[in-house]
Every structure is written in structure tokens, then in C-alpha cells.
Design a protein around this ligand. Sequence first.
Ligand code: SF4
Length: 953
Amino acid sequence: MMAGEPRINLSPKVADEVKFTTCYMCACRCGIKVHIRDGQIRYIEGNKNHPVNKGVLCGKGSSGIMQHYSPARLRKPLKRVGERGQGEFVEIEWDEALGIATKWLGDIRKSDPKKLAFFTGRDQSQSLTGWWAAQFGTPNFAAHGGFCSVNMASAGLYTIGGSFWEFGEPDWERTKYFVLFGVAEDHDSNPIKTGLGKLKARGAKVLSINPIRTGYSAVADEWVGIRPGTDGLFVLALIHELLRNDQIDVDYLVRYTNAPWLVIQAPGTAEHGLFARDAEGDVLAFDAHTKSLAKAKSAEIAPMIVGEVSLADGRKAVPSFELLATRYLDPKYSPDSVAATCGLKADDIRRIASEIADVAFNQSIEVKADWTDWAGRKHDKFIGRPVAMHAMRGISAHSNGFHTCRAIHVLQTLIGSVECPGGFRFKAPFPKPIPPAQKPAGKGYGPMKPLGGMPLGFTMGPEDLLLEADGTPIRIDKAYSWEAPIASHGLMHMVISNAWKGDPYRIDTLFLYMANMSWNSSMNTSKVMEMLTDKDEATGEYKIPHIIYSDAFASEMVSYADLILPDTTYLERWDCISLLDRPICEADGPGDAIRHPIVQPDRDVRAFQTVLLDLGARLGLPGMVNDDGANKYPGGYPDYIVNHMRMGGVGPLAGWRGADGETFGRGIPNPKQLDAYIKHEGFWHHELRDNQKFFKFANKDYLDFAMRMGFVPNTQQILIQLYSEPMQKFRLAAEGFGAVVPPEAMRPRLREAFDPLPIWYPPYEEAMVDLKSYPLHALTQRPMIMYHSWGSQNAWLRQILGRNRLYVSSQKALELGLVDDDWVRVTSHNATIKAQIRTMEGVNPDTVWTWNAIGKRSGSWNLAPDAPEAKKGFLLNHLISELLPGRERRANSDPVTGQAAWFDLRVRIEKCEAGDEVSEPQFPTLPLPVGLAPSPNVSRYGAQFKETHGARR
Ligand code: SF4
């Protein structure tokens, strides 16, 4: 150093130690490096070796520090002492807390286990929680999927064997044309952002179909501001155009789909619309070579996909593609017919169809590889149709969302872009057989009896529904009943309402984990708070007698529970991001990951998963105790992660299995498995061979591997189901055929909804309310910088977005005489709220919208009672009824899956008179839970790490 130069430390030491784990600031599961200094978290960065994010870290991820040190963290188990909803608790020891829970749950299990409703939010341990519910014996289990995107998941699993996001991804390296439908900006956050960067760098076109132009839509090359709830009609018009111009991949349809399968045409009979089968039960096709009926699965035939044939018994049958083509060539699906309903121009629809066809067929690509298909045929390349699509909650959360999602999959399939280079590609363990073989368990439930399988599964027909002998639903949320026959994820939004109403029955205990159901995780929030506190006049007891809640933070739901089991933060606990659940795979190969304690809790809290296993042992649940009754997993969740096995050597983690960690996929437990994960930066990843990477549903090299890993039960080809026979079976039941039929009153709705080919119908609320009174659509979106309600309590993130506005198109504002910052009343058929507006250009003129879950209840989350989130922020949830308008008590849901129809909401807005500028409704301020210190007004976190001259080198 030269004399007189300032003394600057150019390489200050950031940390004493760096640990690798998995982010949980949203559901993407990125790999992170956590820098620790003096036992505190100094800095979080992305792990560049991690398959999900490859080093990228978003603003949420780096703000995990504030999540971990949040002043809203619960500190000790709590027992309610005042009236429910008042927030009056005393701290208790864990033994007492677990004793209370064991008593409540034990009594239920001995009498009627379905009196326990166990529902979890956005947790990532559903293979554990679902298994626990099954061992307890309650069918009343689900996670938040029914809230969010079950239409997407079910439509994919019943059509192509997987779905978007966690099930598959665009081929970012090769796609030339990328279409996004209704994608919220937080879902699949880093992967989409980095993927869009790749597409932009290569000059690929990005087209976003979304009523709102923010986030990904804002950087898209073209934004189509569609009217909410009409995406399905738009997609069917694209299909119409592709069929009309003969721009479909016939070879792909013959090889990989059920397009040639013969469908019986015998209207008015019990087999109408089912597939024609031979004596062995195999589906038939018509072989154009031999001009005869043949087994459709035979690789030797040249099956017809159009025309009509006679079956051996004289009945007529047609290939399913014939039905599809006839349906969508109908002029009612032409761009001219649908444009006005969608709020688009017909020429734009025609142009988009032609752009898609041009890229798919004139710009196709090839990837050289010697691969073998399911029938043993050799190929030397994979042919790619480089059009990729991705969809999310924006299209899913409508009462017509299942069919819209299926329509998108049909569109992808017709151009041959599923599982090909440049198209949409599956991530392991998908594709699965269509639908997966697991049926929902719940029939035959009874005292002290585990269920025969997992509570959530896939119905193939009416016989799989969970109905009592009198036809009433077995489940409290009515999943797998005639209200939601294909409810693959349950109906979380109906649990409290049904339990309060006693429809179909009353429960004893509501057990929630990470589900803020007295606030942003419920429809009709104000009424839900009343339901949670409502008492039975005869007994004086709450109508929902016991509520157990586990969360790490003092969310709004805490005040409505009787017993609080405080959870750890994601940097304090063990977790596994499992192939049995929602893993971290990418299209080039499977992977999974762990979280492990980066720092130790400084409070009397326990990881929920460990608590659940402890409760299971106390209750003596099968699989959780040894023969002598002792706890099978005394080491808690990490003990379970290593030693639990589901089937044939498959456990929660796939990496480093076998006694010495020498194998993966299947193998006996390795006592050092978690050490191996920690040594390998917290994740395991296996790269597929080049000949396994595409057409996985028909690729022998991949299917052999998938069976070895336990992803699929056999190596049979998985055929895309353009025409859905399970749907037709439900429809036949609605026509009165079969042993299990719906009540008369429900038949018209089921006959319409269970069409075996995608249809479009107006969303239910839109069809039922007076559109003159409620002329506008109202939507929510999640911002990139927040994930559900966690984000808006985070000291760093709430500085970016501390309150929400109602966004109104400039054109509509002008019509209504509104200007920026006006306060308005927003009224639906269900309620009225008050909010402040902001005008914008990039929004469909018939749509208003806001950011989701920013509004908070005063006093919650240890925010100041007059925090902007509470006084200016607001929720649309109050406006959305969990029930459809009308006299019948019907869920505001998709009729196929039960998906909550959040985005069907219709409203009107009216300017408020001048007054106090506070959002409405407001509720009494919640007290700070006992044991929590008030938040500081200024966060000085990080000051302790500040360098001083000559110190801390
Ligand atoms: S995208 Fe999600 S998981 Fe990834 S760093 Fe951001 S918050 Fe964490």
C-alpha cells in the first residue's frame, strides 16, 4: 500500500460459514447458499450448480433473511383462553399441547375418524401429510391444490399424463414460439424468468394471453388482453383454424394418441361414447391395410383416424379423431364466431393460428439420437415442433377451467408439440399412466382403521366416487361426490363452510397447517370468520368444536384456533423435496432436494412434520409405531426421510440409497443419506441419456428407466387421451346408466360438464348474475415479489409493495368518471368493499384487478395496527362467495374438479363520497399473541455486520 492511500478492504469476509439448502420463499424450490456470520444469517445467494435456478436468486429469495427473523414468528405452543377470534392465549409446554391434540384426535379415531378434517396449505410435505391422514383413517385430507390450480393438474393428468410447471416445462433451449396462458408472476418464478431470457436472446416469439399486462405479459412480444373466462373458446378457435387448414401432425396423432381408437356410436344406450373393445378388453381401431378391426395398441397396423366402421355386433363406431374434427370444424368455433365473446379480433386469432402452424411445421427441428420406441422400433432422431405452451391459475381458477386446460393440451397435441424437442417436456416422475392408477381412498372408513390407500387419487368412473350408501358425500368437502367427481386435490374452500353448515355432516376437529383460512385463503372471508366463531344454540359449543393450527407466524388464522403448534422457519428445519411429492426435476432428468437446519431455533418451536410424526406415534398410528408401540421415528422428520419406505425400496429421497449410498431410485435406507445430500449441496440430480430425453411416453429407453425408479408401474406406452372415456362414463351416469347415478337435480349440469371432448361454456357466476348490475370482471394476481401472505409481512419486501390498489383501465375509468387515487365501492352479488384505484393501460377494459394477499387484518403478523397493509390494503376475497348464487347450496367451483372459481367474480364499481381514506371492511385489531415483542419501527438488521476500519478481516 502506498503512503496516503485510503485503507479499503477490497475482499471483506462475508461469512464464517456457508451452507447449502433449498429456498422456501415461494414454491419454486431454488438452491441457495446461506452465509452465516457469528451464528446469524448474513447473506443468501443462489446456488449456481442447482438444476432449478442455476445461481439465479430473486428478491423474495434474498429476503428470506427477514422471513427468518420476522417479529411475527410464534415462540411457544399456545392454548386459547378467551372467546375464539379474540386472540387471547396462554403459553403452554409442548407436552401439554401434544397431550391436548392426542386426546381430541384419539377420541375421534375411536368413534368416527372422518370427524377430523386435516387440510394443509402451501407446504411441501404432502406425501407425509397425506400418508398420515390415511393411517389415521380420515378421508378428509387435502392440501391447497383445489384452491389454486387443480383444473390444470387434473386436465393434464387425464389428457397427456402430466401438466405444466411441476410436471413439465417448455424446452427453453429450442422453443421458437412460446405461448403463456394466465400465468401469475410468482409461479415457477426463477425458471420462467431465466427461460424468457433465453427465448429473448434467441429471438423466439413470446405471446401472452392474459387480461392483464404485467410481469411476463409486459415483456412478451405480443400481449392478448382476453376477456376473463374465455380462454377456452379462444383455444378452440385456434383448433378450428388448424383443422380447417389441415395443419395438424397426423403421424404424431396416430403414434402417440388415442385419435384412432374407435368410439361406439349407440345413442341412448349404456355404451354410447365408450371405446369399442374386443373379447380381451383391448380397445379397437380400424386397420387401413387389412381393412379390418384390430387391436389399437398393435404397432403393426395403419389405423384410420376418420370415417365410420361397423363393429362385429353391427353397431357403428368412429375413431375418436372423427368426433374431435367434426366438433371443432363447426362454424360456431370459427374466429369470427368467438371473437366478440373473447374480446378479440377474428383476424388476430387467425394470424396466431397461422403463426403456430408455421413454426410447428415449417420450422420443425431435429435432435439426432438413436432411440427405441415402446414397440422396439429404432429411430435415429427426435422430430420437434418448436411451439411450447405454459398455463397457470389464470385459466384454471374458473368454473370452466378444466375444459380450458384440456383444450390447451388438445391444441398442443394436434401440432405434435408434447414431449418433443422445442415443445412442452415432462419432468420426472411424469408422464404417468392416464390417469394415474391411484384411486381416492375413503370407502369403508371406520374407527381405528387406516384407509386402504391415499385420500387423494383419480376416479375412472362413477364406481370410484366416495359416496355413502345413500349417495351423500363421504368427504366433508364433497370431493369425489357428484359435486366434484374428478376432484384430484380436494375442495379446501368448502371445508369450513360445509363443516359449519353440517352439510354433509358436522366435524369435531379442524386441523390446519400453513393455511390462513380466516383471511386470504378463504372465499367470503368475513362470513368465514363468523362461521369459525359461531356456536350451536343448543349446546353452547362452537359449531366447529376444535381447531388446531400450526404455522410459524402470527397470521390471521392464529386468533381463530384453540391450540397453536408453532412451526420453525425454513432455515431451521429438515425437509425433503421429494419425488413422491413436488420435486425439483427438470426435463433432462429427475432430482430431489433437502432442507436442513442452517441455524437452530431460538424459540420453543418444533418442525410441524416432526410434530405430526410424534402425534402419530402417540396415537399409535400404523406405520408410525413399532410392534412394541414405541415411536418408529424417534429422530423425527429426518429419521422418517431416511428410513420410511413406500414400496419396493422407494423412499422420500431417491439419491444415495442402499446401505452405502451406492444406488439411486430404489434401495434400502442409507443411514448416511442426509450427510450425502449435505455434501452434495442439498440436492440429487440424475441426467437422462440423450436417447431418453424426448417422447418419454413412448420411449422404451426412458420407460425402462422410469419403471426401475418406480415412476410408472410398467413399460407400456402412455397414450395421450384426446377423447376422455372417464368423462363419458360420468356423463352416461348423468343420463341414468349404471349402478351409481347422480340425483335427478344434478343431471343436466353433469351431462353438460362431462363432455369427453373439451367444451366451452360461460363461467357459472357470469351466467347466473345480472350482468348489467355486475358488468366487470374482477381478478387477483400475485406480484413477482411476494408469495401468498408471507411476503407482505416481510420487512424488506413490504417496502416494495406495502399496499394494493384496484387497477382499472384508463378507458373504463373515463367512462365511469374516475381518476387516479379515487376511492370506490366494489360490489359483487355477495358483498361490498372499499378500495382506492389506480388507472392503467394494459388491462382488458371489462376487467379490474388487484394484487393478492397484500391486505392484512389490523394487528396480525405483528404489523402496526395502522400499517398500510391493514388500512389501505384490501382483499377481494370478501366479494367472492364460496357458493354460487341461487337457492341450491352449490360450491362456486368447476363442476368436474371442484376447483375454486376465484376468477369468475363479477362486480360493479362506484365512486365513494369524500371521507376517510381507509379500505373496507375493517375488523377489530387483533392483539399480539402472548410471548411476541412488538415489532421495531425501524429494522436495523445487518448493522451488526458493518465493517469498521481494521476490524473483521
Ligand atoms: S424463485 Fe422462489 S424459490 Fe427461487 S429464489 Fe425466488 S423465492 Fe426462492
